[in-house]
Design a protein around this ligand. Structure first.
Ligand code: HEC
Length: 94
């Protein structure tokens, strides 16, 4: 069963990469649906509201948000457009 779930997960990631999903590059750390603690450090971001996700991403961009690993997240979000941020917040946020 575990193997089947893994294969299904890999297919999902492959599909979202093909459609240039703005969240696909985040999924490796945060999980395909934002359900993981990234590197054991972050909050589980699918428990955030849409607004909290937008605030966090903007904050990482301008250095006003984050913990000890905010430098890493700045690199992740620096190239996101406003449309990408909106898309991600609607996909992952509550
Ligand atoms: C290399 C692993 C990695 C990748 C890739 C990554 N993140 Fe993160 N993310 C983290 C870590 C670690 C933190 C906690 C950073 C800190 O100390 O503030 C974090 C924090 C966050 C937070 C805030 C959660 C909190 O704890 O306050 C959001 C929102 C977020 N990431 C969204 C994204 C998005 C959107 C992407 C893709 C554009 C992304 N991340 C890519 C590792 C990653």
């Amino acid at each position: 069963m575990k193997k089947i779930a893994l294969i299904a997960g890999a297919l999902l990631v492959a599909t979202s990469t093909l459609s240039a999903d703005a969240f696909s590059k985040c999924a490796g750390c945060h999980g395909a649906n934002g359900e993981k603690k990234a590197l054991g450090k972050s909050h589980v971001i699918n428990t955030f509201t849409k607004a909290q996700i937008v605030t966090a991403i903007h904050g990482y961009k301008d250095g006003t948000y984050g913990g000890s690993m905010k430098g890493l997240m700045k690199g992740q979000v620096s190239s996101l457009s406003e449309a990408d941020i909106k898309y991600i917040s609607e996909k992952i946020g509550k």
